[in-house]
Design a protein around this ligand. Structure first.
Ligand code: ASP
Length: 578
């Protein structure tokens, strides 16, 4: 006995006359007073079963009991449907299975939701994820993820990368997020960190002569969950020795183009455009701009020096957007709210409505200023003034908001690189220098001395890959000199003792024959979600967490018994949230 001869999506007219066994789930059951029709489903599709009491009384008896999502095995002859009942919308729609024998293999309790039901609460779907996984959406997405990953592996193979496993339980790696920590029974009071990425291990692989490493690595980061973030996610993590920036970018472009081919889509053209960090921030207000629409930010700092409009005259930076639309006062108030969310105090504007300029600030602006901002009728100029970072953030936020609202983005898939990031930035809280990428990123050639002498003006060999405004991944050429690495730690305010305490292994390794090396990590779930046209990476992950960070399916995270805590040397503080 075999469970099935063909999959539910396979019967075709050429099978007519053959006896076959099918197995699958009941998608629908219709009782036509005697005749019972059942849509039997698996991931390949649906075949209609016909149970006729005159033909098979036993099967007809069984058919009375079946409900949605029961698992059945049915044996019978494939027959052609009558012309008027052919369903052209179904690949199997020209035939049906005339049931001889019907077996209920497994029953289902009443369902918490129907598979094709709209608007089901997502927590409920995740609580019963095994049901949700049966939907065409999840089937398509997880299979797409598989196709993408197997394409990545083939590309890596072709380019001579070897798959090396690195530990998940390690020391904290500074990747800019909090660590998840793991207590250790054998050493109470000590903790592993779950790897935020295999960063240092892959560098050690290069120092160890492996030449080209890759891994589809799970990474853990304790950050708030968002559409493109979960606590755990996978990266295509790779590293190459004796490499320059351009060669790393070339590898990633091949990965992307091959993956598009694997899923049967037109690949983006190579090479992907490059944009410097400084340009990205000035023109788009963000280091991950969506370039599918223009609406570029323009600078008015020079023209507004000494402006009679005090807000402009005294600001570090004044920039503006020209939006191809006339806004009413109430619409402008709404946009002001958006601007405030990004840190603006208000939103100055000029509305070019026919011959008229509507604006409370126009009367303070000089002829020269007005000349600069003059726009075609039917446009609105929106300003932000203040410190540069805030201005970029506000106009970048407004630009994305307006791009969405006015549906400005073109249909194309746009990949591009952002390059030449600064090596350091000021930590907003402490005022200390901190890294933009991670502390192992090399300065560009000639900027090594700036690490100690002029950190704010050191550029780095860090690059980001952006797809339609989503950051797909980051990478860099690494520091391969122990002295430069130590300078970076010092600039970050680490004493030599602290650096030794945390990174002795790296400093030692860098001092024992480290080849120049660099690499990259691309977020698999982000890549697949964009490929699938999904707005949230949850939809391409089999068992994701909800935004509060819990897993509705298993109920994790959960309490552990006191005895277990004691063994780990852990005592909860009294007011720990229950
Ligand atoms: N470890 C980095 C990250 O996870 C990627 C890299 O620099 O290769 O973002």
């Amino acid at each position: 006995m075999s469970w099935r001869d063909v999959m539910c999506g396979e019967p075709r007219p050429e099978h007519v006359g053959q006896t076959m066994t099918l197995a699958g789930w009941v998608a629908r059951r219709r009782d036509h007073g005697g005749l019972v029709f059942v849509d039997l489903r698996d991931h390949t599709g649906v075949t209609q079963l016909v149970v006729n009491p005159e033909h098979s009384p036993g099967a007809a008896e069984t058919a009375k009991e079946i409900r949605n999502e029961f698992v059945l095995r049915a044996r019978g002859g494939i027959v052609a449907r009558a012309v008027e009942t052919v369903n052209a919308a179904m690949p199997t729609g020209a035939v049906e299975l005339q049931v001889d024998e019907l077996e209920i293999v497994s029953r289902s309790t009443p369902l918490p939701f129907q598979l094709d039901e709209e608007g089901v609460d997502e927590t409920l779907r995740l609580r019963y994820r095994w049901l949700d996984l049966r939907t065409p959406r999840m089937q398509r997405n997880l299979r797409l993820a598989h196709t993408v990953i197997s394409s990545i592996r083939q590309t890596m193979d072709r380019l001579a990368f070897i798959d090396v496993w690195t530990p998940s339980m390690t020391r904290g790696t500074p990747e800019g997020a909090r660590d998840f920590v793991v207590p250790v029974r054998l050493q109470p009071g000590r903790f592993f960190a779950l790897a935020q990425s295999p960063q240092l291990f892959k560098q050690l692989c290069m120092i160890g002569g492996l030449d080209r490493y890759y891994q589809i690595a799970t990474c853990w980061r304790d950050e708030d969950l968002r559409a493109d973030r979960q606590f755990e996610f996978r990266q295509l993590d790779l590293e190459l020795a004796f490499v320059e920036c351009e060669e790393v970018l070339d590898v990633l472009e091949q990965v992307v183009v091959d993956a598009f081919a694997a899923v049967g889509r037109d690949a983006p053209t190579r090479p992907f455009p490059r944009l410097t960090y400084a340009d990205a921030l000035a023109k788009y207000g963000t280091d991950k701009p969506d370039l599918r629409f223009g609406l570029e930010i323009q600078d008015a700092t020079e023209v507004t020096r000494g402006s009679e409009f005090g807000v402009f005259g005294s600001a570090d930076t004044v920039r503006y957007l020209v939006v191809p639309r006339v806004y009413s006062r109430s619409e402008l108030e709404r946009l002001e709210e958006v601007a405030k969310e990004w840190g603006a105090k208000g939103l100055a504007y000029l509305v070019y409505d026919g011959d008229e300029v509507r604006s409370p600030i126009a009367k303070f602006l000089s002829e020269g200023e007005l000349e600069t901002f003059r726009s075609e009728p039917g446009a609105t100029v929106l300003f932000a003034a203040g410190d540069e970072a805030m201005v970029a953030r506000v106009l970048g936020g407004l630009r994305i908001h307006l791009g969405r609202e006015l549906q400005l983005a073109s249909e194309e898939e746009l990949f591009h690189w952002v390059i030449e990031f600064p090596l350091f930035e000021r930590d907003e809280q402490t005022g200390n220098w901190t890294f933009l990428h991670h502390p192992f990123t090399a300065p560009i050639a000639g900027h090594e001395d700036r690490v100690a002498a002029d950190p704010g003006n050191a550029l780095s060999q860090h690059y980001d890959l952006i797809w339609n405004g989503w950051e797909l991944g980051s990478g860099s050429i690494r520091i391969h000199r122990s002295d430069v690495q130590q300078d970076v730690f010092r600039t970050m305010g680490m004493t030599d003792e602290e650096a030794q305490e945390k990174f002795a292994f790296l400093l030692d390794a860098l001092a024992m024959g480290a080849p120049p090396h660099g690499g990259f990590a691309m977020g698999i779930e982000r890549f697949v979600a964009l490929m699938a046209g999904e707005p949230n990476i949850r939809h391409v992950i089999a068992f994701p967490k909800v935004s509060s960070g819990s897993d509705p399916l298993t109920g994790a995270p959960a309490h552990v018994p006191d005895a277990q805590l004691r063994e780990l040397g852990i005592r909860l503080v009294e007011d720990a949230p229950s």
